[in-house]
Write a protein that binds this ligand. Structure first.
Ligand code: SAM
Length: 189
């Protein structure tokens, strides 16, 4: 089933987490006994499903703005009988207000907006818990002087700004990992 989702993502060009990255993330969830997760950026449900399969106590709320991807995620989650543990919200994350608190907030949506996602949802994070962000290296382009289009350059600059934002944020301790496409883990002090 998971192979089918990976195949679908490849065929329709849907960016899902790289194998190395998702293994690192699910290991982290297991080791730290994480139960409640908020994901920004469901796509077709691949990472949400992988996280939910870590163990039966894991509960996830995941937000996706694209209706077609959301529908595909609903289908995939149903096929795995995980609909009672993965709640999907089909909205732009910036329009979603949540009262719940989470042990992990996983930011994997529009890469130029990570600072805004972080600032919006950090109030939903439990004390001493984690915000994880994927694609910190953005295909190796962050920190490189490769020739790029203007738009891409802008996007890469925004990711660099996010890295600086994390490094300078005294409320969190952030570690950067050279895994998959680059992952950061910020722990709330
Ligand atoms: N986490 C998924 C996985 O590994 O299986 C991949 C997510 S994909 C990299 C990013 C997704 O975030 C896209 O499907 C995109 O439509 C969604 N997205 C981008 N900005 C968003 C926003 N403001 N609110 C909700 N979803 C957003």
């Amino acid at each position: 089933m998971l192979e089918n989702i990976e195949k679908y993502a490849k065929e329709y060009n849907i960016p899902i987490m790289q194998k190395e990255g998702i293994e690192f993330l699910t290991d982290f969830i297991k080791k730290n006994n994480i139960k409640k997760i908020l994901e920004i950026g469901t796509a077709i449900g691949y990472s949400a499903i992988k996280m939910a399969l870590v163990n039966e106590d894991v509960e996830i709320v995941s937000i996706e703005r694209d209706y077609e991807r959301y529908k595909e995620a609903v289908k995939n989650i149903k096929l795995l009988n995980l609909e009672n543990r993965i709640k999907l919200i089909n909205q732009d994350a910036f329009n979603v207000e949540l009262d719940e608190k989470f042990d992990l907030i996983f930011i994997d949506a529009a890469k130029a907006q990570s600072i805004k996602f972080f600032n919006k949802f950090e109030r939903n994070l439990n004390y001493n818990k984690y915000i994880i962000t994927d694609n910190i290296k953005f295909h190796g382009l962050v920190g490189s002087d490769e020739k790029m289009s203007r738009n891409l350059k802008q996007l890469v600059r925004k990711i660099s700004d996010y890295i600086d934002f994390l490094k300078n944020n005294d409320k969190y301790i952030t570690t950067f990992y050279d895994i998959g496409d680059g992952i950061s883990i910020s722990i709330k002090r």
